[in-house]
Write a protein that binds this ligand. Structure first.
Ligand SMILES: [Zn+2]
Length: 508
């Protein structure tokens, strides 16, 4: 049993209420109860109803207690407040997803064409609307992922990843959530009957502000089936080098580099650090009419007008390395490699930059120095690296403090001493609080900070002659990159844009 809102349960609850009132009334006239005791008996009958429901709830919580470490009271409190929140949001805020959004599979078929047939149409359309509501809410919240995971054998947890952090949205009854999962799998052209083996698929949502692509992965886990939906960055293509967050000095360096006919720019950063957005902002700065631009991506996040974009598909044998080799024959001016993952891709990209191409690529690593180490680890020769590589950019995303609730920070004496040592004004350092506007996180939106390394001739020579030892880079490289990023971030902290704890969390 769970207390989540659903029309059948509401009818049962109302029925139960009337039954209790009726029984209380009957007691008034019952010959079985002595006349003086009748008021008290009526009262007991009236409160018996709610008490029984509470008792059922306690029994249910105790049954699942072994899987949860919190106290029974805490779980009941959470469930009751979740139920009230749910009823409130369903009744008053009025979800609008069903009217605002249209779901299509990758070949453009509507979800109703795929899913809306067969018996039980009423329930089907209820589930379809629920699915649309979830997707609509995720887009409203600017989420990057939607995760539906089984929490125990009767509930699924629905979470959104917003600004890089997971946020629990609601708990759904297994029967309902499984139907939602099935509808998403149907629209993504996945096999609904297959619940164990991992599968992947894709679908598109048309909204008033344009169409958004989704990538779906399903897999069987302990209590059932989990679904992860990645929302492709709809805003990735909207940034320019002006708006992406580079300092003036950094922007000049990058702009100069992308004007060159042959060069290689490598974007470095962990997953979700905004590398792709910066890559697109560079592409937006390049004249797509006069220069032939080809991109290889996994997946294509944003469609660029006047550029050829190819999506890799390892299952079909379309890999980064293979695609890269074939596009080089088409004589492009600019090549954009979504991600370097292997030696062949790295070497081909580096060679292309030497033979009259501007190459933009991303590499999954922590800093500019570790990017060099990573390339050597992949098996790229130091000579090729030195001659091909020109500019390294590493980046991180920091959450922006919510303007509605941020307050001046309470700094510890040690922190104040540190600020004084660095001679920075710490009077406008703020800290996160949390309010309704920011879903109690204290933050809304994110911005990027950058560390840039332009390889000059001397550095290139040192790399080529192995004078920069790998072990040395491994030891000191990360440190220097981190301190550069920290410096950039600290400027944002002292101007009250982000908090000290956020900077520590991301850059450490
Ligand atoms: Zn707030």
């Amino acid at each position: 049993m769970s207390l989540y809102f659903n029309p059948i349960k509401l009818v049962l609850l109302i029925g139960w209420f009337y039954l209790c009132v009726y029984l209380a009334q009957r007691v008034q006239f019952s010959v079985l109860v002595v006349k003086e005791r009748r008021p008290i008996a009526s009262f007991l009958t009236l409160i018996f109803g709610p008490l029984l429901i509470l008792l059922l709830l306690i029994v249910d919580v105790c049954k699942h207690k072994s899987e949860d470490e919190r106290s029974v009271i805490a779980i009941i409190q959470e469930r009751v407040s979740a139920a009230f929140n749910h009823i409130r949001s369903a009744t008053f805020s009025g979800r609008k997803g069903e009217d605002m959004i249209e779901l299509l599979d990758s070949s453009g078929r509507n979800i109703k064409e795929i899913y809306g047939h067969g018996k039980g149409k009423g329930r089907d359309s209820h589930i379809l609307n629920l699915t649309k509501d979830i997707i609509f809410d995720a887009l409203q919240e600017d989420a990057s992922d939607i995760l539906i995971d089984p929490k125990d054998n009767s509930t699924h947890e629905l979470r959104f990843r917003v600004d890089g952090m997971l946020r629990t949205m609601e708990y759904m009854e297994m029967q309902t959530s499984q139907a939602v999962i099935n509808s998403i799998k149907a629209i993504s052209n996945m096999d609904i009957a297959e619940k164990r083996r991992p599968q992947d698929g894709a679908f598109v949502a048309n909204t008033v502000s344009g169409s958004v692509s989704f990538r779906v992965v399903s897999a069987g886990v302990v209590y059932g089936e989990k679904l992860s939906i990645r929302i492709l960055n709809q805003k990735a293509g909207l940034f320019t080098l002006d708006s992406v967050g580079l300092t003036k000095k950094q922007q000049v360096i990058v702009e100069k580099e992308i004007q060159k006919p042959s060069s290689m720019i490598l974007m470095c950063g962990p997953t979700g650090s905004g590398k792709t957005t910066t890559l697109y902002s560079m592409l937006n700065q390049i004249d797509l009419f006069t220069r032939n631009v080809i991109t290889v991506e996994d997946p294509v996040e944003y469609t660029l007008a006047n550029a050829s974009q190819i999506e890799v598909n390892p299952k079909a044998g379309i890999t980064f390395a293979k695609t890269l080799r074939s596009i080089l024959r088409q004589d492009p001016d600019v090549i954009c490699v979504g991600e370097i993952r292997d030696e062949e891709t790295a070497a081909t990209a580096l060679r292309a930059s030497q033979t009259g191409h501007l190459v933009l690529a991303t590499l999954h690593c922590n800093s500019n120095a570790t990017a060099l180490v990573r390339l050597l680890d992949l098996g790229v020769s130091s000579l090729l690296m030195a001659s091909g590589l020109n500019l390294l950019i590493s980046q991180r995303l920091l959450r922006r403090l919510c303007e509605h609730c941020k307050i001046p920070a309470e700094l510890t004496p040690a922190q104040i001493r540190e600020f004084r040592k660095k001679k920075v004004n710490y009077r406008s350092v703020y800290q996160a609080v949390g309010c309704e506007e920011c879903h109690n996180t204290g933050y809304r939106g994110r911005f990027a900070i950058f560390d840039i390394l332009l390889l000059n001739d001397q550095m290139k020579e040192e790399i080529a002659n192995n004078k920069i030892l790998i072990t040395e880079l491994r030891r000191t490289g990360d440190k220097k990159g981190k301190s550069n990023l920290y410096k950039q971030g600290l400027k944002k902290v002292v101007s009250g844009i982000t908090s000290l704890s956020e900077l520590k969390r991301v850059v450490g």
